[in-house]
Design a binder for this molecule. Structure first.
Ligand code: ADP
Length: 207
């Protein structure tokens, strides 16, 4: 069973994922995998370099993300082309990672993805868990962690999926507006539910 874990910037995705891991449920971060598929030597990077030229490469041959971002930000069709090159490879590798974790005996596994709904990755998961915080606290935590001011934090949040829409798509919600202890209490409760659900799923869907 795969649980998709998502939320806005600084909602606490990484912190919550670590709390699940402490209880025995491992996770894969979709952002890490998105970076992996464009590392030097990867076919996706070769395709990108062929299309956009040396302009999108650093002198050591790695991807110049900022340059690529500028190109696709300005041109919708190039953005779609880029997604057609990267998304299937990200998906393939995510599945491989998740299967490897599941084979290690985990009761269920987590896919941590800031863009779970936007990227279509929600189709890979059995349930979507949204980490929710009030916006004022989200701004405070973003500013404290990322060395940005409140206005910059607000602009980043405004560019993401609205909180209400994310909540409307959630199967489960973790309220991370309280202390870390309160967060861990909710993780323990969800962990218990997910173990029950995973057992039921394995019984009805034996491999
Ligand atoms: P995300 O992965 O969603 O961007 P993080 O897990 O990095 O978010 O959390 C953002 C910041 O908020 C971090 O500095 C983290 O330590 C802090 N944080 C997360 N959850 C809590 C909590 N329940 N109480 C206090 N601080 C928290």
């Amino acid at each position: 069973m795969i649980i998709g874990l998502t939320g806005g910037i600084a909602s606490g995705k990484s912190t919550v994922a670590r709390a699940f891991e402490a209880l025995g449920a491992p996770w894969v971060d979709a952002d890490d995998v998105a970076r992996e598929v464009v590392e030097p030597g990867e076919p996706a990077l070769a395709e990108i370099a062929e299309r956009f030229g040396a302009e999108v490469l650093n002198s050591n041959g790695s991807l110049d993300r900022r340059a690529l971002r500028e190109i696709v930000f300005k041109d919708e069709s190039e953005r779609r082309w880029l997604e057609s090159v990267t998304h299937p490879r990200i998906r393939e590798r995510l599945i491989a990672h998740l299967e490897r974790l599941a084979a290690g005996g985990a009761p269920y596994v987590l896919l941590v993805s800031p863009l779970l709904f936007e990227s279509g990755q929600y189709q890979m998961v059995d349930r979507a868990l949204v980490i929710d915080v009030p916006e004022a606290l989200q701004i405070k935590r973003t500013a404290a962690r990322d060395d940005v001011d409140d206005a910059q934090a607000r602009a980043i949040i405004a560019a993401q999926m609205p909180r209400a829409e994310r909540l409307a798509r959630a199967d489960d919600v973790l309220d991370n507006g309280g202390s870390e202890a309160e967060m861990r209490r909710q993780v323990a409760e969800l962990d218990w539910q997910y173990r029950q659900l995973a057992t039921r799923k394995n019984e009805s869907d034996p491999v």
